[in-house]
Design a protein around this ligand. Structure first.
Ligand SMILES: [Zn+2]
Ligand SMILES: [Zn+2]
Length: 224
């Protein structure tokens, strides 16, 4: 069966664009940084990359907030093939640390030395800007246009119905079996200015989902 990834139903719920150089007002959201203690990648054994930190004190993200859940880090290894398969992490919010639960990647392919992205990524403040009508994939034309905007006008999308490149997301939590909450997607194919650091990590979108009950963070990838 062919999947349809656009249409009227994609105009809600409300989503936000992760944008550089908008004046940050609501919350201390940022790209990069190293506030969280992240596990080393099981495949290439190098430190993982903290990609985006969302400030959960921002009321727009209140559904992700819990006791001691003040900041949510979205992360992955960007230097090997691990990011191409599903990854599950357990988050320890009070200590701002994470552990690997499961990585489904078996084949190991490491980026060449000259292509290695050093961790941590540069800390750059970002804003969450509410999407406008043209930012939702309500038609095939808009769906196609969004893949151009993603990675040029903005770095990722928070909430909203996920913009899908290849397939539906599997949001089942690996611990409790309930549906996880889709949090954000981030594109690895982008052409942002070097002043934000090295953010190109391939023709891929990473999708991040959270189980609010188990504090499991799931990362899955689709190629674009
Ligand atoms: Zn790795
Ligand atoms: Zn769960």
């Amino acid at each position: 069966m062919e999947h349809i990834f656009y249409g009227k139903s994609f105009s809600r719920p409300i989503g936000y664009k992760i944008m550089f150089e908008e004046s940050p007002r609501d919350g201390d959201h940022h790209v990069g940084g190293d506030e969280w203690t992240l596990p080393n990648c099981r495949l290439c054994e190098t430190p993982m990359h903290q990609l985006v930190c969302l400030d959960l004190k921002d009321d727009r993200l209140s559904e992700l907030r819990g006791e001691h859940c003040e900041e949510l880090a979205l992360f992955s290894c960007l230097n090997c093939s691990m990011l191409w398969e599903k990854q599950f992490f357990k988050l320890d919010f009070p200590n701002q640390s994470a552990a690997v639960i499961k990585q489904e990647q078996e084949e190991f392919e490491k980026a060449d030395d000259e292509d290695q992205i050093t961790a941590p990524l540069r800390h750059v403040p970002v804003s969450l800007v509410e999407m406008e009508a043209e930012d939702y994939p309500t038609s095939e034309e808009r769906y196609d246009e969004l893949f151009t905007a993603l990675g040029t006008a903005y770095f990722g999308r928070v909430f909203g119905k996920p913009l899908l490149a290849e397939d539906e997301l599997d949001l089942t939590c690996c611990e409790c079996g309930q549906d996880m909450t889709f949090v954000a997607l981030i594109t690895g194919e982008n052409d942002f200015d070097e002043k934000y650091g090295d953010l190109f990590f391939g023709e891929v979108i990473l999708y991040f989902s959270l189980c609010p009950a188990c504090h499991i963070l799931k990362v899955e990838a689709q190629s674009i």
